[in-house]
Design a protein around this ligand. Sequence first.
Ligand code: FES
Length: 121
Amino acid sequence: MTDHIVAEVSEIEDGERILVELKGREVGVFYLDGEYYAFANWCAHQGGPWCEGTLTGTFEGEFNRETLETRLNWVKEGKILNCPWHGWEYDIKTGTCLSRRSVKLPSYPVRVEDGKIIVTL
Ligand code: FES
């Protein structure tokens, strides 16, 4: 495992990302709600460039057993990343696929030291 300085903290605004190449792998480093996340730029579906997708929200279903009514609520705005190839949705904070909860994207530890963002890979 090697530490890699990927950027200064001032280079990534909240809700933004950068793509870097580390050890021959493309890695997306995201900054969201005061935390950094790093993932391989690889989608579990067909290997698409997941980290280049759109940050958006998603619909969550709600079912009322008494009235038998269903409702869709828009949730997690800005915290879900859609893969640009076929739209699989992943939670940016965990890398978990929303439609296949057992699928989780490869992630890497990220920390900040002296204003530098460091990814360990
Ligand atoms: S490769 Fe990502 S959704 Fe198909």
